[in-house]
Write a protein that binds this ligand. Structure first.
Ligand SMILES: Nc1ncnc2c1ncn2[C@@H]1O[C@H](COP(=O)(O)OP(=O)(O)O)[C@@H](O)[C@H]1O
Ligand SMILES: [Mg+2]
Length: 229
């Protein structure tokens, strides 16, 4: 469903500060799969996720999602694709500073019972009318995840979605992501540098210095709610 063929990403090409970050990566992620991407800081994980989701262009190579070449999209198709087909949780949250958490969560979508319930379960109700700057990193991260979930997209890209969360909160968030994968047959691509989190995924891809160094099926997928932290 998400296929990448020999993707290369060079930042600042032909400039003095040129940097090759992806070195020819092939991927094939099936519909309904929860795939984790693991690797050291600076190895190119965030860049890979942005390229796969079409948020960044690639320097060369092809990416197709549902057999559609995302690089051939017109700007109208790109906008529709970003609005309807995918959701993206940014590593640095990307919340809008002068909107409250509640307004950020429902930026593009109407409130739903499911999301309102998660606001309570994830314990951010007390911060819901505050601005991002007034909130902890964990509260902001949860709001960023809820904004993505509110879109009910079939494909969810998550860049270190539990990076600012403690063990208990991480487990709560991952439990919800895994439940959505099962109930909606959503495809979830999740970056982490925590080996523990790879245990809940169907596929584990390891990136090192812009290369894919391993890509394995996980035959023994664990439930997020049963993980030991
Ligand atoms: N927009 C950008 N312009 C130039 N260099 C970038 C940009 N984004 C990331 N990089 C560089 O690309 C490399 C990989 O970054 P990144 O994809 O964020 O890695 P990771 O998510 O694995 O930590 C780093 O050296 C980073 O500084
Ligand atoms: Mg990153």
């Amino acid at each position: 469903m998400i296929k990448a063929n020999n993707i290369v990403k060079i930042y600042n090409q032909h400039k003095q500060n040129e940097l090759k970050v992806l070195n020819g990566i092939d991927l094939d992620i099936a519909e309904g799969e929860l795939c984790t991407i693991i690797g050291k800081s600076g190895s190119g994980k965030s860049t890979l996720l942005k390229c796969l989701s079409g948020l960044e262009g690639v320097t060369s190579g092809q990416i197709s999602i549902n057999d559609r070449d995302i690089q051939s999209f017109t700007s109208k198709e790109t906008n529709e694709f970003r609005r309807q087909d995918i959701a993206f949780v940014f590593q640095e949250y990307n919340l809008i500073d002068d909107l409250t958490l509640h307004e950020n969560i429902y930026l593009e979508n109407e409130p739903t019972e499911t999301i309102e319930n998660l606001i309570d379960v994830w314990d951010i109700r007390k911060a819901i009318n505050l601005f991002p700057m007034q909130c902890s990193g964990g509260q902001q991260q949860k709001a960023a995840i809820l904004r993505a979930l509110a879109k009910e997209s079939k494909i969810i890209f998550c860049d270190e979605p539990t990076g600012a969360l403690d063990g208990k909160s991480s487990q709560e968030v991952l439990t919800v992501l895994q439940a959505i994968q099962k109930s909606h047959r959503s495809t979830i691509i999740l970056i982490t540098h925590n080996e523990q989190i790879t245990k809940i995924s169907d596929r584990v891809i390891t990136i090192h210095d812009g290369n894919k160094i391993s890509d394995r099926k996980n035959v023994n997928v664990e439930l997020a709610e049963l993980l030991e932290w």
